[in-house]
Design a protein around this ligand. Structure first.
Ligand SMILES: Cc1cc2nc3c(=O)[nH]c(=O)nc-3n(C[C@H](O)[C@H](O)[C@H](O)COP(=O)(O)OP(=O)(O)OC[C@H]3O[C@@H](n4cnc5c(N)ncnc54)[C@H](O)[C@@H]3O)c2cc1C
Ligand code: SF4
Length: 290
């Protein structure tokens, strides 16, 4: 499965903690892994997408307590420049063992920073747990706001959850699903930079997780590195995570692979189109991969 990256194991999993699940996006894997790692000293802080000052506008935050992790639960479908705090975490926060969550592109940036630490003195060895979340596309905040307020006719202040799945963008309020729009309506709001992205399931993370592949309330989890495997197995043993085999789970890995293949082939085509001498910009555009 070349589009799913390398992994040691894949699970259907969810948090063993009902409090985490109450406001988690899916199985609460990110919050549970970081909470377990914080409590046991695997990490001494985690860079997460905090709630910020405007609804659903994420703000990078360094969580050093379980309460702060709780405040960061849930997906915000907008850019959260978590990498911006990676150096500061080792400076004023004085962290030695850093956890970080991010979309596939952000995990690529973490690895690039570790291999080529330009301006990142002391940082590379201090990243100990990089959790990746699956990502098909992201939206600038203004675009997200319009999707919610104009297309879904919902005040963003009243939203309790947003979700992309089964071909729809769904907005929930206290009363349940308030509005759903087909993804073809949201395409024009996507970040243009996402159209050259060739990673769906955070191939370079220690552990990657997303909703696709498993039933509601559960997550699909790829355990990739030795560090990821050690932390995940211990979290399962300690009851923070419930992990089951993916065998026979519907829609399962087949759907994850189908979506990864669709994303990567579509974006690969766009990269080739950009590089063509007859591109609309009247010149070939740069290919960041070569
Ligand atoms: C832009 C975007 C697109 C996504 N697309 C898909 C998809 O196509 N298919 C799929 O299966 N899953 C997708 N996901 C992932 C999914 O929505 C959940 O984030 C993931 O399953 C983790 O859920 P959880 O219950 O384990 O996390 P929780 O325990 O609820 O914690 C969520 C964690 O995600 C972090 N987070 C929230 N928003 C952002 C953000 N914008 N940038 C970086 N970190 C963030 C928070 O800091 C928190 O730590 C996407 C997520 C994002 C942000
Ligand atoms: S689609 Fe790619 S570039 Fe866009 S946010 Fe997701 S991982 Fe990053």
């Amino acid at each position: 499965m070349e589009y799913l990256g390398q992994y040691k194991a894949v699970y259907k999993a969810k948090s063993g903690c009902e409090d985490i699940l109450a406001k988690a996006q899916d199985g609460g894997i990110v919050t549970s892994m970081f909470a377990y790692a914080l409590e046991t000293g695997i990490i001494d802080g985690a860079i997460v997408a905090g709630p910020g000052s405007e609804p659903y506008k994420p703000e990078p935050m360094i969580a050093t307590t379980v309460e702060e992790l709780f405040a960061s639960r849930g997906t915000k479908y907008s850019v959260s420049p978590n990498l911006a705090l990676i150096k500061e975490a080792t400076r004023s926060y004085g962290l030695d063992k850093i956890g970080i969550v991010g979309t596939p592109c952000q995990i690529q940036a973490v690895r690039k920073g570790q291999l080529y630490p330009v301006g990142l003195r002391d940082v590379p060895d201090k990243i100990v747990l990089a959790l990746g979340i699956f990502c098909m596309e992201n939206f600038p905040y203004q675009g997200l706001f319009q999707m919610v307020e104009d297309h879904c006719a919902t005040k963003i202040d009243n939203v309790t959850k947003m979700d992309i799945g089964k071909g729809k963008f769904s907005v929930y309020t206290e009363r349940g699903v308030n509005s759903q729009i087909p993804l073809k309506v949201t395409h024009k709001y996507e970040q243009p930079g996402c159209h050259v992205c060739l990673d769906y399931v955070a191939n370079m993370a220690d552990i990657s997780t997303g909703s696709v592949g498993t039933p509601d309330g559960w997550s699909t989890v790829f355990v990739r590195s030795a560090a990821g495997e050690a932390a995940f197995n211990k979290a399962v043993e300690a009851g923070w995570i419930i992990a089951e085999s993916m065998d026979g789970v519907k829609p399962g890995l087949e759907l994850v692979e189908k979506l990864a293949t669709e994303k990567i082939t579509k974006n690969q085509k766009y990269l080739e189109h950009r590089a063509h001498k007859d591109h609309a910009a009247l010149k070939p555009l740069r290919n960041p991969y070569i």
